[in-house]
Write a protein that binds this ligand. Structure first.
Ligand code: AGP
Length: 604
């Protein structure tokens, strides 16, 4: 997703400062980058397609300046190329933009009639031209120009703006795309994400939708959409340097998988080590008779695990839907429905839209997020923060695992409230949960086995995953992990569904990864394995100690340590994450920043 940086303050190596901050936003995913800075009283723009290191070849770290804006672009309108890269400049205005201007065509036609010509395929250039047009045709102040701009556009935007007639001031505004203001005595910044702030900045403001901001070297002025001065919540920067360092691992993704046992243990110890703290931390859920779980990608896959647990253990009817569908479909809910929204970033546009839809309909909302200052955390009725720490790799691993862990905890809370388990039994469950982090480490320690499996499959064009019940939910996430970082085509199928069509794709040596941890469905899954084996498939089995046997029909078997079936999903995903990692490594892919992907999809 696009990243925005703006700097205004004491004279510095402006190009270097902008580039260094941009690099901290690389994990969001992008395909081009650029900077604009003021030097010798004029705006200079440098842009490049591809990675920031390519842009770096064009910059001069010796150039001094006091103001600049910079951008990493994840293409929405127009190809990924230098011409479409930001910053954009029209007339007296230079901008960087994150979001989608939905009525851009209507504005483009209007401005073309007024004599504007466009040289890019982007909606952002049209936004820039509209600001210039308003400025050129009215006597408005720059703040009023921005206000008028917000009255005329629909869609989402976070904008950094420099006006030629005000080169000592940095302006910004946001609607539905995240933006925050970092500040110290002599430096002010606008950034999409707190991690991009200069190390010298320890405080920041979170902007609300519609806010318009005017920054000078000495002052931060924030206005609401009616240009009334407002104050916003002041927060302290907590980005831990360790979290944006690989600590000796080759990739952030591998580091973050290896962090899974630590972050789970920390979450459980901090909030859920006994029934007393657990019952205090978890919201009251007894009034709800139905649950909707909504998310995108891996977050939705965590929801599939949640559905299985809520229905099988807590006896609560649960539906799961991808946010991009849920936001537009007819939804059947009432005051006894709880909508749970799962989102690592808390900024995914589709999921935010579902949160707002439920709230408009008067339905209670609970979000499971990893960013407590995110839009979703600020707007939901209940917030459960998974505290996974910064996840830099675009492909989620530890955050997904903690999303599942949080859904398990919600499940336990509902079981207690429905008197399906006693407080003593809850304590026993929590004690068993407390043993899971150690078991995760045991699973990770089978590293060499995953590498052997990866060597056997990385040259394949297609790889299948199958599972029944909760194992299907896990196989969905395993398949997505493989696809997003190795670019190998993969499908996940419900085990029983294979013979209704897809089995036609199975031929000699087709690789199929089978997840089999559900005791009640073991014999059925074995039948599915036999069906595909009979057609030549090469089977890799992920199973548990409880279900282990001498399955001579599989070519490779991973046996997970014994644990209560409620916690098995936490363990069964780990081999699939590591197999995907080693396959991608053998394929030579850019594991932490896969092509076309963004860490937080803040546009529709
Ligand atoms: C990245 O590995 C995931 N595959 C991606 O699908 C992610 O889960 C999805 O974009 C939702 O992001 P969120 O959790 O920040 O809302």
């Amino acid at each position: 997703m696009c990243g925005i940086v703006g700097y205004i303050g004491k004279k510095t190596n402006i190009q270097k400062v902008l580039i260094e901050s941009l690099k901290k936003l690389e994990y969001r995913g992008y395909d081009s980058a650029g900077i604009a800075y003021v030097n010798n009283n004029k705006i200079n723009i440098i842009k490049e397609k591809g990675k920031i290191e390519k842009l770096e070849k064009k910059i001069d770290c010796g150039v001094m300046g006091k103001i600049g804006i910079a951008h990493t672009r994840w293409a929405t309108h127009g190809k990924a190329n230098e011409n479409n890269a930001h910053p954009h400049r029209t007339g007296m205005v230079t901008i960087v933009h994150n979001g989608i201007i939905e009525n851009y065509l209507e504005i483009k036609r209007y401005l073309e009639k007024k004599g504007y010509h466009f040289k890019t395929e982007t909606d952002s250039e049209i936004a820039c031209a509209l600001l210039d047009y308003i400025k050129a045709t009215t006597k408005m102040s720059n703040l009023e120009v921005i206000k008028e701009f917000t009255n005329n556009v629909t869609g989402s935007y976070a904008l950094g703006i420099i006006f030629d007639d005000d080169l000592d001031t940095l302006y910004a505004t946001r609607k539905d795309s995240p933006l925050l203001i970092g500040y110290s005595e002599n430096v002010k910044m606008i950034v999409s994400d707190v991690s991009a702030l200069n190390s010298g900045i320890k405080n920041y403001y979170l902007l609300e939708n519609g806010d318009i901001v005017k920054l000078t070297e000495k002052r931060v002025s924030i206005y609401d959409n009616d240009l009334h001065p407002v104050s916003r919540k002041k927060l302290n920067v907590k980005v831990d340097g360790n979290e944006v360092d690989k600590n000796g691992f080759e990739h952030f993704m591998l580091k973050e998988i290896h962090e899974e046992s630590v972050v789970l243990e920390s979450l459980l110890r901090k909030y859920f080590s006994n029934s007393k703290t657990f019952l205090k931390k978890m919201p009251k859920l007894s009034k709800y008779s139905r649950i909707h779980i909504v998310g995108c990608g891996s977050a939705m896959h965590a929801g599939l695990v949640g559905k299985h647990l809520f229905e099988e253990y807590a006896n609560v009817e649960t539906d799961v839907e991808v946010a991009s569908e849920y936001r537009y479909k007819k939804v059947f809910y009432d005051a006894k429905t709880l909508v749970i929204l799962v989102s690592q970033s808390g900024e995914t546009a589709d999921t935010i839209a579902c949160l707002r839809k439920a709230k408009e309909d008067g339905i209670d909302t609970l979000v499971i997020v990893n960013v407590p200052t995110s839009t979703m955390a600020r707007e939901a009725d209940f917030v459960l923060n998974i505290e996974a720490g910064t996840e830099v790799a675009v492909a989620t691993t530890k955050a997904y695992l903690l999303q599942v862990a949080m859904l398990i905890l919600i499940n336990l809370k509902m079981m207690v409230e429905r008197e399906m388990i006693s407080i003593d039994e809850l304590d026993k469950y929590l004690q068993l949960f407390g043993e899971v982090p150690k078991k995760i480490s045991e699973v990770i320690d089978l590293d060499k086995e995953y590498f052997e499996i990866a060597k056997n499959i990385y040259h394949e064009d297609n790889i299948f995953y199958i599972g029944r019940g909760i194992d299907y939910a896990i196989s969905m996430e395993g398949s997505l992990k493989l696809k997003e970082i190795s670019y190998i085509h993969s499908e996940s199928y419900k085990g029983g569904e294979l013979k209704h069509g897809t089995i036609s794709l199975i031929e000699k040596n087709t690789k199929v990864i089978v997840v089999m941890t559900d005791c009640d469905l073991k014999s059925k899954t074995i039948s599915n394995i036999k069906e595909i084996k009979a057609r030549g498939a090469d089977i890799i089995l992920i199973t548990t100690k409880q279900l282990d046997d001498d399955y001579d029909f599989v070519s490779k078997k991973i046996v997970l340590p014994k644990t209560n079936s409620l916690f098995t999903p936490i363990l069964s995903i780990v081999p699939l994450q590591l197999i995907a990692y080693y396959v991608a490594k053998l394929c030579g892919c850019d594991i932490d920043k896969p092509r076309n992907l963004a860490k937080s999809v803040t546009v529709e």
